[in-house]
Design a protein around this ligand. Structure first.
Ligand code: ZN
Length: 223
C-alpha cells in the first residue's frame, strides 16, 4: 500500500460491495452478524489467485478458511490445528477441503531448491514430500510434469495429515460426520479437481495409507 489514496480506494470499493449486497438482501449483514454456520473448512494456499469463496461461488458465512504458503498441514502448527479444532468441534463443519494448486510458488521453490530466506524452513515440509516420492517423480517425465505431480502429491500428503490430527481422529471416534478431501486447482482454467482421496473414517485413512506406501507414516506392509 503506497499511500492513503490507495487505502481510500479500497474502502470505497468495500462500501460499494456492502451497498450492493444490502440492496439485494437488506437483512444480509444483520443475519451474518448473529452467527456463522459454515459447512466447510478450507485449507489452502495463501496465493492471491486461489481465494476459497470466489472459486466455490460461496458467500461470506459459508466457508471457514485457513491459508498458508503452499497449504501445509503440520502437526506442530498450533495456528492450523486451532482452526481445525474450532471448525470441527465448535462450528461442526461437515467437510474439510485441503486444496493445493498447480503452479504453486511454494511447491516450485521447494522443487527447484530456490532460496528465499526464512520461508525455506517452512517449505522443507514440501521437500519431505518430494524426497518421499523421488522415484515416482523421476518417472513423471519433464521437470514441468514432475512439478505438477509434486503439487498433487503434496496435497495428498497434507490431506492425510489432516486425517491424522487428534481433532479429526477424536471426531471420527465419537461418530461425528466428517469428511476430509484432497483437491487441486488449475490457475489456467479455474477448475477444481478431486485427487481421488476422500476419507470419512479412520478405517478409510488406514486403507489409503496401506495402498499408498509412500504416504506419510504409512505402516510397513506385513511380509
Ligand atoms: Zn501456492
Amino acid at each position: 500500500m503506497s499511500g492513503t489514496d490507495d487505502l481510500d480506494s479500497l474502502l470505497e470499493r468495500n462500501r460499494q460491495w456492502a451497498a450492493a449486497l444490502t440492496d439485494s438482501d437488506p437483512q444480509y449483514f444483520v443475519r451474518l452478524a448473529h452467527q456463522q454456520l459454515p459447512r466447510y473448512l478450507w485449507i489452502g494456499c495463501s496465493d492471491s489467485r486461489v481465494p476459497a469463496n470466489q472459486i466455490l461461488g460461496l458467500m461470506p458465512g459459508e466457508i471457514f478458511v485457513h491459508r498458508n504458503v503452499a497449504n501445509v498441514v503440520v502437526h506442530s502448527d498450533l495456528n492450523c490445528l486451532s482452526v481445525i479444532q474450532y471448525a470441527v468441534e465448535v462450528l461442526r463443519v461437515r467437510d474439510i477441503i485441503v486444496c493445493g494448486h498447480y503452479g504453486c510458488g511454494g511447491v516450485s521453490a521447494a522443487f527447484r531448491e530456490q532460496k528465499f530466506g526464512l520461508i525455506d524452513n517452512w517449505l522443507r515440509h514440501v521437500q519431505d514430500v518430494r524426497h518421499r516420492h523421488s522415484a515416482e517423480l523421476a518417472a513423471a517425465g519433464s521437470s514441468e510434469a514432475q512439478l505438477r505431480r509434486l503439487c498433487e502429491l503434496h496435497v495428498l500428503a497434507q490431506t492425510v495429515h489432516v486425517g491424522e490430527t487428534t481433532v479429526v481422529q477424536d471426531a471420527w471416534r465419537r461418530g461425528q460426520e466428517l469428511a476430509v478431501h484432497g483437491l487441486i486447482y488449475g490457475l489456467d482454467d479455474g477448475i477444481l479437481r478431486h485427487l481421488g482421496l476422500s476419507m470419512t473414517s479412520d478405517a478409510g485413512l488406514a486403507a489409503y495409507k496401506e495402498s499408498h506406501p509412500a504416504a506419510p507414516s504409512a505402516r510397513l506392509a506385513p511380509r
